[in-house]
Write a new protein. Structure first.
Length: 135
């Protein structure tokens, strides 16, 4: 409605569409605006151009959903592997406290806990990089 209002006030369509493009942050709007502007200069069937853009956007969204479903098992594995040392530590604490307490009371235990925490973070980052697919 703002674009129509600007055009009714005498603003050229090109400028109104460019202002729309600046106002709305979207991945797909610049493609639509540039298509409309090019079509105005060169001519052609705007409806078929916009239909093609709509189909590509639908396909891209469908592909994103498929990728999200494909990486779901990787995410759940990362959660399980990442939480397993903490759960085991808690179980040892509940079952045999004397076995696990040297980790928290000695200097060497603190070093081992620090190394384990660093490796957990490193593992989390590595799995995150593996399951993240950029589009």
């Amino acid at each position: 409605s703002i674009v129509l209002e600007e055009m009714s006030m005498g603003m050229p369509m090109d400028e109104a569409l460019e202002r729309l493009n600046k106002r709305i942050k979207s991945d797909y709007l610049p493609l639509m605006v540039s298509s409309v502007l090019i079509q105005r200069q060169t001519g052609g069937n705007l409806s078929s151009i916009l239909e093609g853009i709509a189909n590509s956007i639908k396909e891209k969204m469908k592909l994103k959903q498929e990728l999200k479903a494909s990486t779901a098992s990787g995410r759940s594995t990362a959660i399980m592997v990442g939480s397993m040392p903490i759960i085991l530590c808690l179980l040892f604490f509940l079952i045999n406290r004397d076995f696990i307490m040297p980790l928290f009371t000695t200097t060497l235990g603190h070093v081992f806990l620090g190394v384990a925490a660093g490796l957990e973070v490193l593992c989390f980052v590595a799995v995150k990089k593996i399951i993240t697919i950029k589009m």
